[in-house]
Design a protein around this ligand. Structure first.
Ligand code: NI
Ligand code: MN
Length: 230
């Protein structure tokens, strides 16, 4: 799997031949000003919830790529009215079988409203399950969430998580200590931190954070960086 970081909570994942762009918030993010949004390719746009700092560039990316939107029912409906016509609405606990990859929507402990204040359904995370070289891979993309015990269900269902994308910035989501606990709850091998340093309240000391995650592989991305995760 190839992963590219676009800043804040936004990653591109390339799984098999498909490109997934999750939570696009790029053009309003000063730290991501060097990203050329028009060059981003996507087959699917996934949104974990309706907050502006996760959905800001959805229409722009959709216009550029005609990607299929995957989000909770309310978020998908809201964007359909804005002209994003290819949406697939899901809800917590539901799974989708796509070409080469299954996606399950899992719970997050967070709020969700749309940028205009309208109802945004329930915030969620996504679990991706796919095969790479005939080995099953599991990716947990937590979205914005506080620590919650239902994360343990991911370990119960899948046994392990190869790559856990976890928010660490605190204030609006888990902070570092809770994110470490989350990594244990899902039985993560590699942790990829997100949702930090974008704004002043969520600034973290990455060196300190690395020490906290010493029991795991800790994979930090610079903004704009693409890596093959194996
Ligand atoms: Ni949020
Ligand atoms: Mn957020």
């Amino acid at each position: 799997m190839k992963a590219t970081y676009y800043g804040h909570g936004c990653f591109g994942l390339e799984i098999g031949k498909k490109k997934f762009l999750i939570d696009p918030f790029i053009t309003p993010n000063e730290l991501a000003k060097n990203i050329d949004v028009s060059s981003i390719e996507a087959d699917y746009i996934l949104l974990t919830h309706g907050h502006e700092d996760h959905v800001a560039d959805t229409e722009l990316i959709y216009t550029n790529t005609q990607a299929t939107l995957i989000a909770n029912f309310e978020v998908a409906n809201w964007f359909e009215k804005k002209g994003v016509k290819e949406g697939i609405g899901m809800n917590i606990g539901g799974a989708l079988q796509l070409e080469g990859c299954a996606i399950k929507m899992v719970s997050a402990l967070h709020s969700s409203s749309m940028p205009d204040g309208s109802y945004g359904g329930l915030a969620a995370g996504f679990v991706f399950v796919f095969e790479e070289d005939e080995v099953e891979k599991v990716v947990y993309f937590a979205g914005d969430t506080g620590l919650h015990k239902e994360m343990e269900l991911i370990q119960e269902e899948f046994g392990f998580v190869d790559f856990a994308f976890l928010p660490i910035g605190d204030v609006f989501t888990m902070g570092i200590n809770d994110a470490i606990e989350a990594a244990y709850l899902v039985n993560a091998d590699t942790v990829v931190p997100m949702h930090y340093n974008t704004f002043e309240p969520i600034e973290v000391d990455l060196e300190e954070t690395k020490i906290g995650f010493e029991e795991f592989r800790f994979e930090v991305f610079n903004i704009g960086e693409e890596k093959e995760l194996i």
